[in-house]
Structures are given as C-alpha cells and as structure tokens.
Design a protein around this ligand. Structure first.
Ligand code: COA
Length: 572
C-alpha cells in the first residue's frame, strides 16, 4: 500500500479551529482529507464506507468512536492532555490545578475512553489565559506537531505505538472526570484574584462558571485582573466599557462577557449590556495601561502606530466598529508613517457581532447598522493616504474580518493563522466590506470567484499565493508583535518608502476613477438588504443556529468530499 499520499477521514464533532488547521496542514502534505461530522454511528459508518480511508483522525470528538469502525481501521484521537491523562475535561483541570506544563497526545481509539496506545505526544508551557485561548494557540500548535508525527509513524508501517501502561507511573494524569459547576464555583469570600481567574478561565469558551450577580444567574467569561480597584469581596465596584469589576479578597477582576442561565438571551453578550439597569449607579472608569478593561488601545514606536483591538471572539459590534473607527482617525492624525492594525492575540476579526445582532429588538436593523459600521471602518482603511496601513494577523480571521484586513495596504500573518475568506456559510450572506473591490484587485477575478465558492479555510501559504496575505511572520505569542514592529520600523526607513506611499495613492485614485468605492458598497449593500429584509430567511436561520449552537444535522458537501459521488448519483 502506498501511504505517501493517504486517504484520511476526519471524524469530528465540528469543523472547529483546530480541525480546520489540521485539515489545512494535512492537505498541504498532499493527503486526500474528507470530513464527516460525528452525528451518529450509522452516519459515521457510511462515511467510512464511502471514503475508504487509510487512516481516520478524530481532532475534536465528544463521544466514543463506534467499535465497528475502530476494530477495522486505525483511528487516531487528538487528546488535549499529556501522556497518561484521560477524561473529557483535560484542559479545564490543567488550568484549575495550575499545571505549568501540559500537552497534546495522539491516541489510538479502542474500547475505553482515552486509554488507547500512544502514537505521539507533544508538550507545551501553559500560559495564564483562558481555555479557549490555550486551545487556539498552544494546543493547536502541539496538535499539529503530534498529528504530523503520528501520521509519519503510521506511514512507516512498522511503528509500534506505546501502550498506556508503559507510561511513567510518576507522571501526573490518569483518569479525570468531567469538571462540574461545583468544581469551579467561585467562593467570593475566600478565593484570591488568581483563583477566581483560574476558575473562570478554566470554563471559557464553554461552559462558563455559573455565578450570581444582582440576584440573577449568569455564566461568567472573559476575566482579567484589575490592579488598583478594591472593595468588599464579591461586590461589583465599577464598570468600564463592556465589563464590570468585582472585588475579590485581595483585589478585583474584570468580567467582560456573561451568558444568562435562563431568560431572553441565553448566549454570550457584553456584561454591561445584560445588566443595564443594575449598573446605573456603578462608577464608570476609563481604561488605561494599568487599570480597567481595554478593548482598544494605541501605542507608538519610532514612527509606527500600533492599534490593538482584541475583541472577545473577534466579533465586532456596531459600537465597537465605531470606536475603532474613531481610534483609527486619531492614529492617522499622529506624526507617524505606518499604522499596524493588530487585532488581538486570538483573533484578528470574525466580522459582524452575530450575538449582538441576535439580541437586538430588530435583528435586520442591527445587521444593517453593523455592516454599515464595518464598511465605514473598511473605507477609512482603504482611503488612508497619510500612512501605510498593515493588518497584522496574530490570530485567525473569518468572513468580513478577512476582507477588513485586506482593506489595509499589506496583510502580515503569523504562521499557523487560518483564514475563512467567505460569507456564504452564514445562510448565503452576500457580504460587504468592499470585498467585491478588494478580492478581484488582489487575487484576480478567477481566483476571487473560486475563493468565494470553495467556502474552505486556508492557511497562510495558500493565502499568500492568492495575495490575501503579503508576508508570513514565523513567530508566536508576543514575538509576533515584536517582529511586526521591527519590520514596520525598518520599512518606513527605506528610501523607497515615500515612493511607496505615492504609488499606493495613485493606484487608489486610478481605481476610484474606474469605479468609485461608493458604487461597490452600494451594490454589496443592495444584496445584503435582501439577506436582511428579503423573503428568504436563510441568513436569520443560520445566525440563530450559530448563536444558539444548534448542532449540525449533516456535514456540508464542501467538506464531505466522499459524499460527492453519492450526491451526483442522486441527481443523475
Ligand atoms: N459573532 C459572534 N460570535 C462569534 C463570531 C461572530 N461573528 N464569530 C465567532 N464567534 C464566537 C463563536 O460563537 C464561538 O463562541 P464560544 O466562545 O461561545 O464557543 C467563538 O467565537 C469561537 O468561534 P468558533 O466558531 O468556535 O471558532 P472557530 O475558530 O472554530 O471558527 C469561524 C471560526 C470564523 C469559521 C466561525 O467562528 C464563523 O463562522 N464565524 C462567523 C463569521 C460570520 O459569518 N460573520 C458574520 C459575517 S461578517
């Protein structure tokens, strides 16, 4: 059997960021990867029959692989834990227990959960951050390394995976049960700031720590330490932007997002939006480098302005877009030569804020307001004449977020970033952000059409080949910011820099003469109006399903390549 280019089937609960990254990496190695969502045993079996895989990989599973599959095929399960660790809440426990080193292990599925033989394991240093952020960074990088090694070992044909009973008995790990709410419940009268942060972060993105605020039950997310404010433990002491500040026994924490346990909006929203009345008398503070909750901030180094906007989950609501627009205008008034649009360490942008739209009294009106605010921001970036603009993608970008980045003169992306440059998965949304100008301009008409229709994630190499990315930064974490800053400062010092600015403005004027930006916007928004206000409710249904996390009932054909032949047979 030639295993140099394998048929690989991903069996996964969802096509989440880790699954997307592995998909991109394995396809880049030439493997034929197809995806099936783990809906039930029959569907999984059918997928195996149709794809006839050499290898099955489960990047993100919530239930066991059926015996009828693992008995006949090697199934590699990606487990976000160190060798010997088992159970459904590995990362949660690692954060709660304050582990300093953790890892990702690739196990062969057998009859017992996470008890199979070990094909590869890669360790990483923990960071003081949320589970979601660890997952999107350290876990993803370790998973790519571990899966690549496991695949390579499988290809040799003679590698013997290590049975778990041979794992060093002094190793931490073993079976750890599902973390319950009682395991991470906050005791405001006893828990220190560090402990409160650990508890909230262990459940952020899901499921959140259940707690009480002003007599109402909420799940808490997006927690940050506060260094100055103090108060009676558990008391809400201030508000800042989207967040509220609660005192602990030795300080205070900011909580940016909440989810109502019951009620009208049981999905994540900014804390201050859910507590409007309760917070009326709470002191409001302005954020600075030392205190408060900062969603947008600006710094300057040697002629380069850096605008940071680490919005939670990369979602950009109307008010956030307006605040960012205003910060960008301020940055443009500074005596600098380049502006780096930094996004945040986890995401650059995922486009409009679908949760805030869902919560609005008129979802259509709020969608309209949000897309116009995104467009105003995109236009401000495109029309910047005074500075060179660079979008620095430290984290992933999706939908309108990708085109907002492409509005800048250059796009630099960290190696490992995933882009989803398409809107159609959101109920056939047409999209705006001047993509009908930007995509053909940078990628050409033919490739633009392919990108939009494919609806697939891409890595930075493919994005660079398509001119969606201009430069790849081979670094991680804070080093990305450091390298971007250095690159920008040396770029503005080159003799050709003034010419570069001159050229970009001339090019913009020439493009404007051929077709004004306003026309692109008008045409895009005409389509968007149909999405928001028209007879076809697809966008509203898709948004509802996304926000309420309605499980998918089938795998889209864009991912399930093995289902193509069946679909074609049905049509003919
Ligand atoms: N609005 C609100 N929340 C968003 C969001 C958006 N535009 N994009 C992502 N999120 C949230 C998700 O709900 C999820 O929330 P959780 O913390 O409760 O789990 C979190 O961000 C991570 O998203 P997830 O889908 O798990 O991340 P991913 O990296 O696996 O996938 C995308 C990335 C971009 C493919 C996917 O998030 C997506 O399709 N987002 C919507 C993009 C869109 O259509 N925007 C509107 C048009 S401009």
């Amino acid at each position: 059997m030639d295993l140099s280019k394998m048929r690989i089937l991903f069996l996964t609960h969802a096509f989440n960021s880790l699954t997307q990254r592995l998909y991109v990496e394995l396809r880049a190695l030439g493997h034929e990867v197809s995806v099936e969502f783990d809906i039930n045993d029959a569907v999984a079996l059918e997928a195996v029959d149709l794809h006839r895989p050499d290898l099955i990989i489960a990047p993100f599973l919530k239930r066991a692989i059926p015996e009828s599959i693992w008995r006949h095929h090697v199934c590699l399960v990606v487990h976000p834990g160190i060798e010997g660790d088992r159970g459904p809440s590995s990362l949660d426990w690692a954060i709660l227990k304050g582990e300093r080193r953790w890892g990702v292990t690739v196990l062969q599925a057998n009859g017992e959960m996470d008890a199979g033989d070990i094909w590869a394991s890669v360790a990483f240093e923990m960071r003081d951050t949320s589970k979601g952020s660890l997952y999107r960074n350290q876990v993803t990088e370790a998973a790519v390394a571990a899966v690549s090694l496991a695949v390579e070992r499988f290809q040799t044909g003679d590698y013997r995976p290590q049975p778990q009973n041979q794992v060093d008995a002094t190793h931490p790990g073993g079976w750890q049960p599902l973390v319950k709410q009682t395991d991470r419940a906050i005791d405001w009268q006893a828990d220190t700031t560090a402990m409160v942060l650990r508890k909230i972060r262990s459940g952020d993105g899901v499921p959140g720590v259940l707690d009480e605020l002003f007599g109402r039950q909420f799940y808490l997310y997006d927690a940050w330490p506060e260094s100055h404010l103090k108060g009676r433990p558990g008391e809400s002491v201030a508000r800042c932007g989207a967040a509220i500040c609660r005192a602990t026994v030795d300080g205070a924490v900011w909580i940016g997002h909440l989810r109502e346990r019951e009620g009208e909006h049981p999905f994540k929203l900014p804390a201050t939006q859910l507590l409007t009345q309760e917070l009326a008398d709470l002191p409001q503070i302005e954020a600075d480098a030392a205190s408060g909750y900062r969603e947008i901030w600006y710094e300057e180094v040697e002629g380069v302005g850096l605008l940071h906007f680490p919005f939670y989950n990369g979602a950009m609501g109307s008010d956030q877009c307006e605040a960012l627009l205003s910060a960008l205008r301020d940055a443009k008034r500074r005596d600098t030569q380049a502006i780096l649009l930094m996004g945040g360490p986890d995401y650059w942008s995922n486009g409009m804020h679908l949760n805030m739209i869902e919560a609005a009294s008129s979802a259509a009106d709020e969608s309209w307001r949000n897309i116009n605010a995104m467009d105003d921001l995109a236009r401000e970036i495109i029309q910047t004449e005074s500075h060179l603009t660079v979008a620095v993608l430290q984290g992933n970008a999706g939908a309108g977020g990708v085109f907002l980045a492409r509005a800048a003169d250059e796009v630099w992306a960290r190696r490992g970033v995933i882009l989803n440059p398409h809107y159609k998965d959101m109920g056939n949304l047409f999209g705006s952000e001047y993509w009908t100008y930007l995509l053909p301009r940078y990628s050409g008409d033919e490739r633009a059409a392919r990108i939009v229709e494919n609806r697939l994630p891409m890595g930075v190499d493919e994005a660079q080949a398509l001119n969606l990315v201009d430069r790849v930064i081979d670094a991680s974490g804070a080093d990305v910011v450091h390298q971007a800053r250095q690159l920008a400062t040396s770029m503005i010092r080159t003799p050709a820099f003034a010419e570069r600015l001159h050229y970009k403005n001339a090019r913009r004027q020439a493009d404007e003469a051929v077709k004004p930006l306003a026309s692109y916007r008008e045409e895009e928004l005409e389509q968007m109006k149909r999405n928001f206000y028209g007879f076809d409710p697809s966008y509203h249904v898709a948004r509802y399903n996304f926000v309420y996390k309605v499980a998918k009932s089938r795998t889209p054909l864009t991912l399930a390549n093995h289902r193509w032949s069946k679909a074609i047979r049905r049509v003919s």
